[in-house]
Design a binder for this molecule. Structure first.
Ligand SMILES: [Zn+2]
Length: 342
């Protein structure tokens, strides 16, 4: 697959292609930007383009996607391509010093068949300190034939010494419309589903390509029912739901849908373009709820949900937090607006 397969990222693509064309490929790059937007895929395509066996056309350097070199890199069996990543089986996934040492031993040799020995380090922010120090030594004395591609969504978590040895390339999420168009062609889904997926994944193409549309739609239905005025009327129902969600480990999921719902309420409240809503199909419900709401309260509620989301994993009672959020939403939605007037 060529570079054009990558959705968005026109700037990084142009810079990387130009560096190949003018023989100015650096020894190390740091691809940084949000998770799930295509950084790793861009690194794969770059590695392929550099070692591609096919002469490139008028579009400039690219990965043909069909030569032996491109196929082997795709399959990760190319003798001059190495991918290291944290062991996801671990509770705290890390890239260990042994992984970097093994890499060092291979990188000193000249490429066997390709032009460059490419080493892709995914989630580079998960290098242990020892591993980062070992890598730094290699980056400080690069061989002419090596190329390091470091990928991270948290560049500040990498030692400054490592960062300074890499040429930084920033990736920004592609436009939602680009993601939708790609989803319609690649997944053969309806424009409505494509829009919904792009919104629900915040245009993270990696997630959107894998996500189960039917399951997400079912979740949307479930949580929209929960936030309806009828459900919010009964405190017993709310507490029961919070308990059930917590018992099935679904509190984080519930918080995310609640946050999206409140964001939609805020957007409707300020008269934003309905196209910016996740729950576009529920516009009448949103409009109905927003009538009795005060924007300030909604924004406070949103801040609170986001704070809980950030601190989950620490010793927080998630069930209590979810109960609290639901009760606050209930208060905001169910108290008639008249009684709040001064
Ligand atoms: Zn090729």
């Amino acid at each position: 697959m060529p570079f054009s397969d990558l959705i968005g990222h026109e700037r990084p693509k142009a810079i990387l292609k130009a560096s190949i064309l003018h023989d100015r490929v650096a020894h190390a790059y740091l691809f940084h930007g949000e998770d799930g937007i295509g950084k790793k895929l861009a690194a794969m395509r770059f590695a392929q383009a550099i070692n591609c066996d096919t002469d490139y056309g008028p579009g400039g350097p690219d990965a043909c996607g069909i030569c032996q070199s491109c196929c082997q890199i795709e399959a990760r069996t190319h003798p001059d391509f190495r991918l290291i990543e944290p062991d996801q089986e671990l509770a705290n996934p890390q890239i260990k010093i042994e992984q970097v040492r093994e890499l060092e031993q291979q990188i000193v040799y000249r490429p066997l068949v390709g032009r460059r020995k490419v080493c892709l380090i995914d989630e580079a922010d998960r290098l242990t300190q020892g591993a980062a120090n070992a890598l730094l030594k290699t980056l400080e004395e690069p061989t002419a034939h090596s190329l390091f591609l470091l990928i991270t969504s948290r560049p500040s978590a990498l030692p400054a010494t490592v960062r300074s040895r890499c040429q930084a390339i920033r990736f920004v999420p592609p436009a939602r419309t680009q993601v939708e168009a790609a989803l319609i062609t690649k997944r053969e889904i309806t424009p409505d589903d494509a829009r919904f997926l792009a919104m629900a994944t915040q245009a993270r193409i990696g997630q959107a390509l894998k996500a189960d549309v039917a399951a997400l739609r079912a979740q949307q239905d479930e949580f929209c029912r929960l936030t309806s005025q009828t459900s919010l009327q009964s405190i017993a129902t709310l507490l029961g739901t919070a308990e059930a969600l917590h018992k099935s480990d679904r509190t984080p999921e519930a918080l995310e849908w609640l946050a999206q719902w409140v964001r939609d309420l805020v957007l409707v409240g300020v008269g934003a373009d309905p196209d910016s809503l996740l729950n576009l199909e529920r516009l009448p419900d949103l409009q109905q709820s927003v009538r009795s709401l005060q924007l300030g309260n909604l924004l406070d509620l949103l801040t609170e949900i986001e704070t809980i989301q950030r601190s989950s994993g620490r010793n927080l009672n998630l069930q209590m937090a979810l109960e609290n959020i639901l009760l606050r939403l209930r208060e905001a939605v169910c108290v008639p607006v008249e009684s709040r007037l001064p």
